[in-house]
Design a protein around this ligand. Structure first.
Ligand code: NDP
Ligand SMILES: O=CCS(=O)(=O)O
Length: 251
């Protein structure tokens, strides 16, 4: 059975992708910081598929390297890496942001993603044809908005890194895709607002955001395409989301 490794499998897209890959019979390596959530997900899925959980902070390069180097033999033949772990913080304008929040986004969305990718490349290259790296970017990489500051910039990094990685991996059989969702209802806004449930509910109410399962469906679709097909970039928005005009300051 093919194996998917998913970072940030304790919530949102990552957890939905784990369930969707399990539906397709894939074995799973599930990672995240919240051990109890990983345990619950393993309990849910392990009756159907092989599941290995790794309690891991993607920001810790040494821990990531160790975890990958010590993967049990049965889980080393990874077919798909889903670099999903990530977050936004500080929805306020740049001039009112704590520097620590900018650092946390860079450390997680940029450094964490490259930590995992670097550690996993030898395994994916060993798998060869049919293997893939699916990086979760964001519509915020291309479409700026007030309060997007470092978050959007980290996702622009993810997009360009995906393309550059793809250049280097040409000839290895390993595919690279940047999936860039727009508004999606997960714990994302709760995290971004540091637990403001009212703000999170307000963002998603009276519209029809993407659900985690919608994005998971696309992740599994991309991972299961024939080996000769590489989707480079896939931006997904809810039908009820589109672009705003540019902002004009007036007297
Ligand atoms: N929801 C949205 O509107 C959109 C989200 N995205 C992106 O999708 C990805 C998933 O977000 P989403 O599912 O919405 O949000 P959630 O908050 O629901 O899930 C985020 C996941 O990332 C994990 N995570 C965060 N920080 C770390 C860390 N340092 N180490 C390991 N795991 C970490 C969390 O696990 P734990 O806390 O247990 O470590 C959690 O499983 C992110 O990269 C996000 O930027 C992109 C576009 C739209
Ligand atoms: O990446 C998340 C989507 S948004 O909140 O930046 O629009």
């Amino acid at each position: 059975m093919p194996i998917a490794m998913i970072t940030g499998a304790t919530s949102g897209f990552g957890r939905a992708a784990a369930r969707r890959f399990a539906d397709a019979g894939w074995s799973l390596i599930l990672t995240g910081r919240r051990q109890e959530r990983l345990d619950a997900l393993k309990q849910e899925l392990a009756e159907r598929v092989e599941v290995l959980t790794l309690t891991l902070d993607v920001r810790d390069a040494e821990a990531v390297k160790q975890a990958v180097e010590t993967l049990p033999e049965a889980f080393r033949g990874v077919t798909c890496l889903v670099n999903n772990a990530g977050l936004a913080l500080a929805p306020q304008p740049s001039q009112r942001v704590d520097l620590a929040d900018w650092h946390t986004m860079i450390d997680t969305n940029v450094t964490g993603l490259v930590n995992v990718t670097h550690a996993m490349l030898p395994l994916l290259i060993a798998t060869g044809a049919g293997a893939s790296i699916i990086n979760i970017g964001s519509a915020a990489a291309k479409w700026p908005y007030a309060g997007g500051h470092v978050y959007g910039a980290t996702k622009a990094f993810v997009e360009q890194f995906s393309y550059n990685l793809r250049c280097d991996l040409t000839g290895t059989g390993v595919r690279v895709t940047d999936i860039a969702p727009g508004l999606a209802e997960t714990e994302f806004t709760l995290v971004r607002t540091k637990g403001d449930e009212a703000a999170s509910e307000a963002l998603y109410q009276d519209t029809t955001p993407l659900q985690a399962e919608d994005v998971a469906e696309q992740i599994v679709h991309v991972a299961t395409l024939p080996a000769h097909i590489n989707i480079n970039f896939l931006e997904i928005m809810p039908t009820r989301q589109s672009w705003s005009p540019t902002h004009v300051e007036r007297d």
